[in-house]
Design a protein around this ligand. Structure first.
Ligand SMILES: Cc1cc2nc3c(=O)[nH]c(=O)nc-3n(C[C@H](O)[C@H](O)[C@H](O)COP(=O)(O)O)c2cc1C
Length: 193
């Protein structure tokens, strides 16, 4: 049995949710992470809020959800900075073509993209892309993904199958269990799980 002093703080995961039809899958991801005793904070893009509300994320993570750069805690530190300092791993699931492109260019125009730019070098960044197959195979997206991978971002998926737009192909967000397993592995690599 470990003493109070030996006990580690819970692993800290930020789940970023962007404006994809797969955004509902992030609800299950947050639930699964909490069940594995992670502390979870959720940051949503404005477009993510068109697909799912912040209510399930707030309830399941037992924390407020960041949806704007101008959301404040009691603290004076902007939340995109305090969360960047806090996170062990950031998992953007689903990650849209738009957010992937913004991250590859260093654009910082919402709480999620600002937070990623402000991450500590040791914090893991995981992307679970979800998009139409042609968006995924477009050379812009391919190049953006290459850039992010070369900077240390990890990718899970996308997977093949029938897409919401009616096309068959590669672009579906990977199953939640795969994203979850990857997050847990990244936490383990950092001695946090
Ligand atoms: C019904 C619908 C579904 C969409 N699904 C996706 C998607 O799965 N992946 C994607 O990259 N963009 C998708 N889009 C487009 C994005 O919502 C759009 O590019 C948006 O600007 C993304 O903003 P964000 O990256 O800040 O969340 C979808 C748009 C609509 C209207």
């Amino acid at each position: 049995m470990s003493s109070f002093l030996e006990r580690k703080s819970p692993p800290r995961v930020v789940v970023g949710v962007t404006g994809s039809i797969a955004a509902h899958k992030a609800i299950d991801l947050v639930s699964q992470l909490v069940q594995r005793e992670c502390e979870v904070r959720v940051v949503m893009s404005a477009d993510a809020l068109r697909f799912v509300t912040e209510v399930p994320f707030r309830t399941l993570s037992r924390n407020s959800v960041v949806t704007s750069l101008y959301d404040t805690d009691e603290d004076w530190v902007p939340q995109h900075i305090s969360l960047a300092d806090w996170a062990d791993v950031v998992a953007i699931a689903p990650a849209t073509a738009n957010t992937i492109a913004k991250l590859a260019c260093g654009i910082a125009d919402n709480a999620l993209t600002c937070m990623v730019l402000a991450l500590r070098p040791e914090t893991g960044l995981l992307l679970a892309p979800a998009m139409n197959g042609r968006m995924w195979s477009h050379e812009s997206t391919e190049e953006n993904v290459r850039i992010l991978a070369s900077r240390g971002a990890e990718l899970v998926g996308p997977s093949e199958g029938l897409q919401a737009c009616g096309y068959q192909g590669k672009g579906r967000m990977s199953p939640v269990e795969e994203v979850l397993a990857h997050v847990m592995e990244m936490l383990k690599e950092r001695g946090r799980a």
